[in-house]
Design a protein around this ligand. Structure first.
Ligand SMILES: [Ca+2]
Length: 456
């Protein structure tokens, strides 16, 4: 290429569903800024989160290694322990911290000359001073980032510190001030003359679902399909607020005249929360390995390199970010599970070598009220169903899900059946056996932990 490596702005949203953005087909969410990003860049239709849950996905994105290899498959907690649900299997103990010996995105890019900043939700360390508080031993600043803040911004998480805000509506047509985005914009201004990597980890649209934009709630109430849960209006307001916050970053890149030399990547850490949004047409949601839990929005803008307004249908994965950024930065990496997708960024019709994609979730969910949760995981459930220890493998158009308790497989043809409605495991026994063997050999090769039979 010959050109200097680009600045990198990576914006990660929390729990945003694959189908939540207008540019991904949502019928009434208004997301003009992310739609603009897609129209100026490339939108991926088959991008995957490494896990159906926050911490595991984030650890994998940071390291390029799958949660099965990291032995980091669930959410971090405030203290060591494990699940005690009296189910047939016992899940592995909780993982609290991403080990310092792992090489993160910042530790790859900094030696290649990048200033590095991390802003927002970390969630790959033991909670410190409250839920999501950065660990002083395993936080971003200990994992290679030079500066940053965990400020909650305008997210409802911040109401605990400022309860008066909760019932203070924003003026009609306006959004609340957002200190997290402000800090990220300050970072851009400060480093505009350097090469930088900004990791902006937004708390939106994770619950608690609440918005100070009453005008948006009213707007969306009028748009909800008849019979919808009212909370979907507040959720929609949060989606539009997220879009607005991303728009502020894009506007700042324009104002600083940095947009042309900045790669912007936007994605979500896992699928949508089943109580608040529909992952339709995909089955499942956050917490399970059906497509709704792991397929996420993924948009890349790289002016002069990525053709504008393009769509790429090649399957890509959160573990691909580290090798991709490394390639663009001419940086060195160790062994990782992802591959560089730089070729796709230049040509959406190019193909990656065929590779199996792996997911591993040896846990139960929900941890409270498990017995009362519905056992079936469907499409647009609007309720949290039971998740039991399971793993999945995608190879080409096929995806195998393996459920540990009853040693049961499901096989889907994602090309013909993206909603995973027709289980082919009985009609395609040879392919099922083949993928199952592949799944277990991969899990074994990466030293995966498994749920084990519970003691009587
Ligand atoms: Ca999440």
């Amino acid at each position: 290429m010959g050109a200097a490596p680009p600045n990198i702005v990576f914006i990660l949203s929390d729990d945003l569903a694959w189908s939540d953005l207008a540019c991904y087909g949502h019928p009434y969410h208004h997301t003009p800024n992310l739609d603009r990003l897609a129209s100026q860049g490339m939108r991926f239709t088959q991008a995957y989160a490494p896990a159906p849950i926050c911490s595991a996905s984030r650890a994998a994105i940071l390291t390029g290694k799958t949660p099965a290899r990291l032995n980091f498959e669930f959410v971090t907690k405030d203290k060591p322990g494990g699940q005690n649900l009296k189910q047939p299997l016992e899940s592995p103990p909780y993982t609290l911290n991403l080990p310092l010996k792992e090489t993160t995105l910042a530790e790859v890019l900094a030696p290649a000359g990048y200033a590095t900043g991390f802003y927002g939700k970390w969630h790959v360390s033991q909670h410190h001073n409250g839920y999501l508080g950065w660990s002083p031993t395993h936080g971003p600043l200990q994992q290679g980032f030079a500066e940053g803040t965990g400020e909650f911004g305008s997210h409802p998480y911040g109401y605990k510190a400022q309860p008066e805000l909760k019932n203070t509506p924003a003026a009609d047509g306006t959004f609340p001030e957002d200190a997290l985005t402000d800090a990220a914009l300050d970072y851009l201004k400060k480093h505009r003359d350097e090469r930088f990597f900004l990791y902006l980890s937004q708390y939106f649209v994770h619950d608690p679902v609440h918005s100070r934009c009453q005008w948006l709630i009213e707007k969306y109430r009028a748009k909800l399909p008849p019979g919808s849960l009212d909370i979907r209006a507040s959720y929609a307001a949060m989606v539009e607020t997220l879009d607005r916050l991303v728009g502020r970053v894009l506007d700042e890149l324009d104002a600083l005249k940095l947009a042309d030399n900045t790669l912007v990547v936007f994605m979500s850490d896992n699928g949508g929360h089943p109580n608040y949004t529909a992952n339709t047409p995909l089955r499942g949601s956050k917490w399970n390995l059906y497509e709704g839990g792991i397929r996420v929005p993924f948009i890349v803008r790289w002016p002069g390199h990525t053709p504008a307004g393009t769509v790429c249908n090649e399957p890509v994965h959160g573990c691909d970010l580290l090798p991709t950024f490394a390639e663009l930065a001419s940086a060195q990496t160790g062994a990782v599970d992802g591959v560089s997708i730089a070729s796709l960024l230049r040509d959406p019709a190019s193909k990656l070598p065929e590779r199996p994609l792996l997911w591993h979730f040896p846990y139960y969910h929900p941890e409270k009220g498990f017995a009362k949760a519905p056992s079936h995981i469907g499409t647009s459930d609007f309720v949290t169903s039971q998740t039991r220890p399971h793993s999945a493998l995608r190879l080409g158009r096929h995806k195998l899900l393996h459920f540990d308790e009853d040693d049961r497989d499901e096989l889907y043809d994602l090309e013909a059946d993206p909603g995973e409605a027709a289980n082919l495991s009985t009609s395609r026994p040879e392919l099922t056996a083949q993928l199952r063997e592949r799944l277990f050999s991969m899990l074994k090769a990466c030293g995966a932990r498994f749920a084990t039979p519970s003691k009587p």
